[in-house]
Design a protein around this ligand. Sequence first.
Ligand code: PMT
Length: 220
Amino acid sequence: QRTGDLRGRHIVVSAGPTYEPIDPVRFVGNRSTGKMGFAIAEAARDRGAFVTLVAGPVALETPWGVHRVDVQTVAEMLVALEQATADADAVIMSAAPADFRPVSPADHKIKKAPGQETLAIELTQNPDIIASLPGGGVRVGFAAETRNLADYARQKLPAKRLHFIVANDVSAPGSGFGTETNEVVIFHDDGRVEEFPLLSKYAVAHLILDRVLERLQPAD
Ligand code: PMT
């Protein structure tokens, strides 16, 4: 009965990691594969939405019918999302952007000096993408945690001006990075908390979209 309930809506989804260059051949990244975000894009498409998927470097095929924009870094993801969300009904931020990037990436491959034991790479903070996006309609974030899930998720909710946040314990079996499944707790800005069992990422995607639908402004 869900088919078409997002027809005429523009849903923006981010997915995957970012790669922050250290030099031309190395980067700071993380274990995100994009599976969660791609599942959301597919589910939103299946419900009739026009979907823009802003993807970091991942090895996944573009889902049919989805408009995909590829990016590498947080700086690029920010620009792509600013553009995509200008007319969006909702933005779902399932990407794992790097919190820090190398201060000054080397122009050439960094070489070992004779006798060198250590190498220090200075990192600087990246902008918080979702927090700095002005609009986007319904704003959904994720919280990837390995402990104190509820506390950290509750802190991120107002800090990033979200309608709700989808928290996953990325150290739990079957959950988080690279898996086909995810076990999530959704924290709403009105204090409601919803816990779900281990489900396919596609099923989690529909749960998220059900809640986006409830929050959407009436269509023009
Ligand atoms: O891609 P998969 O392999 O399927 O794995 C899925 C996932 C574990 C990556 C996904 O379920 C998930 O948890 N995504 C969020 C990862 C993350 O960056 O979490 P965070 O708690 O560090 O960030 C909180 C929120 O702020 C997230 O919505 C994040 O996208 C956003 N953020 C973070 C940093 C930053 N510079 N800008 C942001 O907008």
